[in-house]
Ligand binder design. Structure first.
Ligand SMILES: C[S@@+](CC[C@H](N)C(=O)[O-])C[C@H]1O[C@@H](n2cnc3c(N)ncnc32)[C@H](O)[C@@H]1O
Length: 238
């Protein structure tokens, strides 16, 4: 039921674009190449790298399910030699890193010359995996910190379009608006009005979320509004 709702009612365009970008990154990764999934969590993109030697690193400090990590470590100190990995997969992790320069320098160290990295990172997203949620980055911040670590950026773009950001905002409204009349007003007549109003507002928000997520998949608008995530494709110079 949950996956039916996810797929058909709230298709969540970010999840779909994350899948597409990672799949494309995996498709241009040659068989046998060595891949590090840095901050891998449940390793959602691991199946895309079945043709490679896949390893993962995560500090496993958040109260949530983890897939088994190759390295249980802080990404600022990965226990491997230099220049080991052909590809680094770094999804939705950078915002959780208190000292990003250290981690990018470490990822640079373990990447072989000519090796590539995919990084996705939220720009507009609620605080999550607390208390390990430190920053939101503009595109200019990404350029700055990746260049400072030594990476050359091939592409930096919006992960999803503005409709995706709107879909997310309406989804949040549908899920998070308090459903208790006393949170808004303390009048004896208020509950009578409140329930139909809440149903109308939450129902409309849910419908608009589904609509905007679908629109985002059909038509990715990136020259208006603001993105929910950025995606960065970069390389360590050969
Ligand atoms: C939002 S999750 C993303 C997981 C996975 N990459 C994905 O796309 O589903 C962030 C992950 O980064 C890991 N993480 C956060 N800070 C870390 C650190 N300093 N060192 C290692 N892992 C870290 C967390 O444990 C978590 O699994």
């Amino acid at each position: 039921m949950k996956s039916f709702i996810r797929r058909w009612v709230f298709p969540n365009s970010s999840r779909e674009y994350l899948r597409r970008y990672n799949q494309a990154f995996a498709a241009e990764t040659e068989p046998g190449m060595r891949v590090l999934d840095a901050g891998a969590g449940e390793q959602p993109y691991r199946p895309f790298f079945d043709h490679c030697t896949y390893e993962s690193a995560d500090f496993e400090m958040v109260d949530k399910p983890y897939a088994r990590s190759t390295y249980v470590c802080d990404l600022a100190d990965i226990p491997t030699e230099d220049n080991l990995f052909d590809r680094i997969v770094f999804n939705q992790v950078l915002e959780h890193i208190p000292e990003p320069d250290k981690v990018l320098a470490e990822l640079y160290r373990v990447t072989r010359p000519g090796g590539r990295i995919i990084c996705t990172c939220p720009f507009y997203y609620e605080e999550h995996e607390k208390p390990y949620d430190f920053y939101r980055y503009t595109q200019f911040a990404h350029r700055h910190i990746f260049a400072r670590a030594g990476f050359e950026i091939d592409r930096l773009e919006w992960l999803e379009g503005y409709f995706g950001t709107l879909g997310y905002q309406f989804q949040t409204m549908a899920h998070r608006l308090p459903a208790s009349p006393s949170r808004y007003l303390k009048k004896p007549w208020w509950p009578v009005l409140f329930w139909p109003l809440l149903l109308l507002v939450k129902g409309s928000a849910a419908l608009l979320a589904a609509l905007f997520y679908r629109l985002d998949l059909a038509c990715k608008i990136t020259d208006r509004g603001h993105p929910k995530n950025y995606v960065i494709l970069a390389r360590k110079p050969a």
